[in-house]
Design a protein around this ligand. Sequence first.
Ligand SMILES: [Zn+2]
Length: 69
Amino acid sequence: MELEQVMYPDQEELQLLTVGVREQCDLCPARAQFGVFLNNGPLTFCAHHYNENEQALTKAGAVVKMILH
Ligand SMILES: [Zn+2]
């Protein structure tokens, strides 16, 4: 029997989630669901705008984290 693996954010991840992350999408008034971390700082996106920009962000080497509210 295999135990279900539970993922806990590590220290670095917790910092990313709490430092500079706003509750609101950067592009519209919707609630942010993704924190996107680039060299020049964090961006926040709702699911809609994240999906819209996902390819460009991935290309730019962004690190994406779910935002825990
Ligand atoms: Zn949005």
